[in-house]
Design a protein around this ligand. Structure first.
Ligand code: GLN
Length: 191
């Protein structure tokens, strides 16, 4: 199985290392042609405006939207979640616009730009795992009944799934835990 990691900017290598630790072939996606080789794709954290602008200019965006609409498994972490969202509450830009969620950028406020919460996530990990938030967004509204909430922190939705699309506001690739990557590979990509 080949899993692509969108390699424009942000936390690319950490996702690649987690995939390698699970014996999965990880492919850095820099050009739209490379999208033909993959069985799933991870959109890493970083700066959503920058990533969105670059993939719009290099043609990755249009091709990726089509592949996701045709069922390609996709997982967006942090900025990646913002790329997937159909609505962004505090930004006029829109990116891939494929997932029925409205997100709010930098939603946890400036005093707590970054924090870690240890949580057990039903269906994903029986043990508590560290959830790392860095200038994180959260999901402010679900735009349809097709989105399943995976996890909330203080009543705020921070992980959700809609069929072939997974979005997390936090960064599992920055912790030692492989549980989220395992979930994406085994439950979403191996069909
Ligand atoms: N704050 C960033 C944005 O709005 C996301 C931060 C991250 O990916 N860690 O794009």
């Amino acid at each position: 199985m080949n899993i692509g990691v969108l390699s424009v900017q942000g936390g690319v290598i950490e996702h690649i290392n987690h995939l390698k630790a699970l014996d999965v072939e990880a492919i850095e996606i820099k050009k739209k042609e490379e999208l033909d080789e993959i069985d799933g794709i991870i959109l890493p954290g970083g700066e959503s405006t920058t990533i969105g602008k670059i993939i719009s200019e290099n043609g990755i965006k249009d091709k990726l939207v089509e592949l996701i609409k045709n069922g390609l498994p996709v997982w967006g972490t942090c900025a990646g979640m913002i790329l997937l969202a159909k609505e962004i509450k505090n930004d006029r830009r829109r990116h891939l616009c494929v997932m029925d969620i409205e997100v709010e950028r930098n939603a946890f406020g400036s005093q707590i730009n970054s924090f870690i919460v240890n949580s057990k996530l039903e269906n994903i990990s029986n043990e508590s795992i560290p959830l790392i938030f860095i200038r994180a967004p959260y999901i402010s509204t679900l735009l349809s009944g097709n989105v399943e909430i995976i996890h909330k922190i203080d009543g705020k939705i921070v992980a959700a799934r809609q069929k072939n699309m997974l979005a997390t506001a936090f960064h599992p690739e920055l912790s030692d835990s492989l549980e989220f990557h395992k979930y994406f590979i085994e439950r979403m990509c191996k069909q």
